[in-house]
Design a protein around this ligand. Structure first.
Ligand SMILES: Nc1ncnc2c1ncn2[C@@H]1O[C@H](COP(=O)(O)OP(=O)(O)OP(=O)(O)O)[C@@H](O)[C@H]1O
Ligand SMILES: [Mg+2]
Length: 219
């Protein structure tokens, strides 16, 4: 089983949006995927209750010491990939998720305050010793200078940059607000293409093979 932790100390960075889109993309590719909702706000769990499909499973985890046991349970349930969605401003849960992770993704809006806040998250990644990558989220679609400057700052914090972005697109929030993902609502859309690229890159990073696409069970 592989574990991807999605962390950012900054609120509203796009953690839950990224976690859910990645999990659904993996599940659709035939990888048994589980979302571990480690955020007391329970956004991913709420999304799951809005959802018609049963998959991916979303289970909650109330406290950092429980995380390891929840991951053991996920493995026992047959999960091949677990995506951990974490709360903002929660060093202990983010640190526990980093320790458990094979890969850490740090969503970040390519804007001044958000970029400055990444430094704190970068420290958590560094302490864990795990590979961590920033994924730019909710940024403008075409702004090469802004992205180049943001990338330079990120590298200055000692983090790497994922070669994929989730741009500012209404499709992301429209879809999640309906218990779905952008690719499920509009498989040919640009958001779907961004998520497909994110999934392909993540799959290679954690060395997960895929089988036949799985259509998912009805609830
Ligand atoms: N790429 C995107 N394009 C457009 N809207 C986005 C994008 N990513 C996230 N959003 C929107 O930004 C808001 C915050 O996103 P999200 O809830 O995923 O962030 P978060 O980091 O999980 O927040 P929190 O820290 O509160 O858990 C939501 O309304 C979401 O729909
Ligand atoms: Mg969230």
């Amino acid at each position: 089983m592989k574990t991807v932790a999605v962390i950012s100390q900054k609120g509203g960075a796009g953690k839950t949006t990224l976690a859910l889109h990645l999990a659904v993309a993996a599940q659709s590719a035939g990888v048994v995927t589980l979302v571990l909702d480690a955020d007391p706000q329970a956004t991913a769990s709420t999304w799951s209750t809005w959802r018609e499909a049963a998959e991916p499973d979303v289970i909650d985890c109330a406290s950092p010491p429980l995380l390891a046991r929840k991951l053991e349970q996920a493995a026992a349930l047959g999960a091949e990939l677990v995506v951990i969605d974490t709360p903002p401003h929660a060093d202990s849960m983010s640190a526990a998720a980093c320790r458990a992770a094979d890969l850490i993704l740090v969503p970040c809006r390519p804007r001044g305050f958000d970029l400055a806040a990444v430094q704190q998250t970068a420290d958590l990644v560094r302490v864990s010793g795990k590979p961590g990558f920033v994924v730019f989220t909710a940024g403008p679609i075409r702004a090469p200078k802004l992205y180049a400057e943001a990338a330079e700052l990120i590298r200055g914090f000692g983090l790497e940059l994922a070669p994929v972005t989730m741009s500012e697109r209404a499709a992301y929030h429209h879809a999640t607000g309906a218990g779905r993902t952008a690719g499920e609502v509009d498989p040919a859309g640009k958001a779907a293409a961004e998520v497909a690229a994110l999934w392909t890159w993540t799959r290679e990073r954690v060395n997960l093979s895929t089988r036949q696409p799985n259509k998912g069970k009805a609830k």
